[in-house]
Design a protein around this ligand. Structure first.
Ligand SMILES: Nc1nc2c(ncn2[C@@H]2O[C@H](COP(=O)(O)OP(=O)(O)O)[C@@H](O)[C@H]2O)c(=O)[nH]1
Ligand SMILES: [Mg+2]
Ligand SMILES: [Zn+2]
Length: 286
């Protein structure tokens, strides 16, 4: 049975195999082959010398945060502090679609809610995106049982800006004690506390805690985004131009559906904003 890289520390990789953990380094041959090893990778190890002898093929891969072989991208969003952002959900979903990994949205800080209208608006917009979502309270543990069942046996990568409650969610769901940051009202974002990518054994699978980020630049081209923005897959090949980015082009079926009210203005505006953030048009840079 191969080992699993569960953590990286400077130049060492922590590998779990048959219930043991090993602090390993890549073998000379592996270094020569210039293959990069990521957390989540399956590897063959030489347990006598604590060397990784072979990197096994990966099923999928996220560049940011760097993790391989992920089953679920768990997008954590707080209801408030920081405010729920459909823009960020759509951005993360574009990335999950691109990486072909199933997404799930967790909405935290249920206890801070003073308007049910806000929650039902949030849930209505997530339903429109056809993404499953659960609402939780990390302080009381409310809502966590159903999430625990859903995540059984999965490798789950947490994503979300700092301060939304990723580490608190892990602590509420498990016996781990991840360091929790303070939310700063002044700057409307949390402190970055989690500094590393680490796989925590959980529920016959793993939870991957990752550093937070206050801004998140997608490692995608504008063309990738045009295909992977939530709901846009069905427009591939339907616009006048094959490489249509659905922004300024004539004969664009996405823009036609925005005018017809079939795509919400809010989502379309988010799309245009995300597209404007991306630097590259096509695949040439990869
Ligand atoms: N009231 C409330 N506060 C929460 C909840 N989840 C997290 N927090 C608080 O939000 C802040 C940031 O949490 P943390 O887990 O460090 O967020 P991370 O940066 O995403 O890992 C901390 O002050 C937590 O106590 C929740 O469900 N309810
Ligand atoms: Mg954290
Ligand atoms: Zn178009």
């Amino acid at each position: 049975m191969p080992g699993l890289v569960i953590n990286k520390q400077k130049s060492s990789f922590i590998v779990a195999k048959n219930g043991e953990t090993y602090v390993t380094k890549p073998s000379g041959n592996l270094i020569k082959s210039r293959q990069t090893i990521y957390v989540g990778d399956y590897v063959e190890i030489d347990t006598e010398n604590n060397l990784i002898s072979e990197l096994l093929p990966r099923r999928n891969f996220l560049i940011r945060p760097p993790i391989a072989n992920v089953d679920i991208v768990l997008i954590v969003m707080s209801m408030v502090q920081p405010d729920f952002s459909l823009f960020l959900v759509e951005k993360f979903l574009s990335y999950a679609n691109f990486a072909e990994i199933k997404p799930l949205v967790i909405i935290t800080k249920q206890d801070k809610l003073d308007s049910y209208e806000l929650l039902s608006n949030i849930q209505a917009s997530l339903d429109k995106l056809h993404v499953k979502n659960y609402v939780v309270n990390n302080k009381s543990g409310e809502g966590l049982d159903v999430v625990r069942k859903y995540l059984h046996g999965k490798v789950v990568a947490l994503m979300g800006q700092s301060g939304v409650g990723k580490s608190s969610f892990i602590n509420a769901l498990t016996d781990y004690d991840r360091e929790v940051g303070k939310f700063s009202i002044n700057i409307n974002r949390g402190r970055h506390v989690t500094k590393e990518v680490i796989m925590l054994p959980f529920n016959a699978g793993y939870l991957v805690d990752t550093p937070g980020f206050s801004s998140f630049e997608l490692p995608l081209t504008k063309g990738d985004l045009a295909e992977n923005f939530p709901g846009f897959k069905k427009y591939i090949g339907t616009c006048k131009f094959n490489d249509c980015l659905h922004v300024n082009e004539i004969g664009c079926s996405v823009k036609a559906d925005v005018s017809a009210g079939l795509i919400s203005e809010e989502s379309y505006n988010n799309y245009v904003m995300i597209s404007a953030e991306l630097k590259f048009f096509s695949e040439d840079y990869k």
